[in-house]
Ligand binder design. Structure first.
Ligand SMILES: CC(C)(COP(=O)([O-])OP(=O)([O-])OC[C@H]1O[C@@H](n2cnc3c(N)ncnc32)[C@H](O)[C@@H]1OP(=O)([O-])[O-])[C@@H](O)C(=O)NCCC(=O)NCCSC(=O)C[C@@](C)(O)CC(=O)[O-]
Length: 337
């Protein structure tokens, strides 16, 4: 298992003054000797952004409030993007103003540009995520600019975020495959990961946007990324289009990754990646991790209740196999939620 050697990285990487991430300083790497995993719940943002029918703000707020009671420490709550392109997230400021923010829980929102950052400041957001891609075509379709142009914009966003004491997470989409360009090279991913990390992102989430990855392609990609950023700053963001997400997460665990994104009930999809299905269901990830002996701090029955709540509102069955099995086993009747 590869372990990050701090001295291999320039001092500027370790003590980047622009990185507000001292408040995110908890270390998740295997070097800690602890079997701890951090879960980043993206259901309220990635899970809902592609829903055709508008989910009422009240429902979004209740959903996030329920997630806040599960032991999750990070809940990605919304995105501050062009509402004409992603109308489902148009109420992001309202959502952020109305949720009960639990102490010790972070509620990041996606921010693509300075305008989104201004909205984040208005909504008293403390944590944002910028989102780049490892494929030029996807970058253009998703955020209407080249990869290089997006990195320039993100630098402005990070600089503004630093002024306001807002921490910044970084995403990279299409880390193993692109819906338009096919295979993506590990070197391209590591190049962008390094730039986002140098910019001051406290964590880099590697997104398999269309869920095509396997443990084989993930392992090659991770090997490249681990050369340029500390292992404990790497997160994985798996979609389950090809049913590979849990296998990919298990394999990444073996490679030392300890931060995983998930979306309760397996909700999700990207409006700019046709055919991509939902994220890996957080309930399934937590069930697997607890089974192996990892601590997540999450109470699985409460998480299942939150997933059942939103599934009920969307009018479809919960997409998590663990949730379906445990709902009937624990008699978590949806009427109770
Ligand atoms: C990036 C932009 C904004 C560029 O959009 P643009 O068209 O290049 O920007 P613009 O500056 O020309 O503005 C166009 C209009 O958008 C407005 N606008 C501009 N910015 C904002 C903003 N922040 N908030 C609110 N409004 C905004 C702006 O005011 C203007 O309004 P108009 O004059 O037409 O009325 C646009 O392309 C966009 O919003 N794209 C949506 C991207 C998105 O949300 N994608 C889905 C999330 S990414 C994802 O799901 C992948 C991930 C993270 O989960 C990981 C993975 O799985 O791979």
């Amino acid at each position: 298992m590869a372990t990050f050697v701090r001295s291999a990285f320039p001092a500027a990487f370790r003590t980047n003054a622009r990185c507000i991430a001292s408040i995110r300083s908890q270390s998740w790497g295997p070097h800690t000797g602890l079997k701890k995993v951090k879960i980043v719940e993206v259901g309220p943002r990635d899970g809902l952004q592609n829903e055709k029918n508008f989910v009422q703000t009240d429902v979004k707020v209740n959903f996030i409030n329920k997630l806040s009671k599960t032991g999750l420490k990070v809940i990605e709550a919304s995105s501050f993007v062009n509402p004409k392109l992603v109308p489902q997230m148009a109420d992001g400021i309202e959502v952020m103003k109305r949720i009960n923010r639990e102490p010790g829980v972070d509620y990041p929102v996606l921010v693509p540009n300075p305008k989104g950052l201004q909205n984040a400041v208005t909504a008293d957001v403390k944590d944002i995520a910028i989102f780049a891609a490892a494929s030029e075509t996807f970058s253009n379709k998703n955020i209407n600019c080249t990869i290089n142009e997006s990195l320039r914009r993100f630098q402005d966003v990070v600089d503004m975020a630093n002024i306001h004491g807002i921490a910044v997470r970084g995403y990279i989409s299409c880390v193993v495959g692109c819906p338009y360009e096919g295979d993506v090279s590990p070197e391209k991913v590591s190049e962008i990961a390094e730039k986002l990390y140098k910019m001051g992102c406290y964590e880099i989430s590697l997104g398999d946007t269309i869920g095509v990855g396997t443990p084989g392609s993930f392992s090659k990609m991770l090997r490249a990324v681990k050369q340029v950023i500390p292992l404990e700053r790497i997160a994985l963001h798996c979609h389950d289009t090809y049913g590979q997400a849990l296998a990919n997460i298990y394999s990444a665990l073996e490679d030392g990754v300890r931060i995983f994104d998930g979306s309760v009930a397996g909700l999700g999809g990207c409006p700019f990646a046709k055919g991509a299905t939902g994220n890996v269901a957080t309930e399934d990830v937590v069930y697997m991790l607890h089974g192996i002996g990892y601590e997540t701090g999450i109470q699985l029955p409460e998480l299942i209740k939150a997933g059942n709540y939103i599934s009920q509102h969307l009018g479809r069955p919960n997409g998590s196999k663990a949730a379906i099995a445990m709902t009937s086993k624990l008699q978590l009747d949806q009427d109770q939620v």
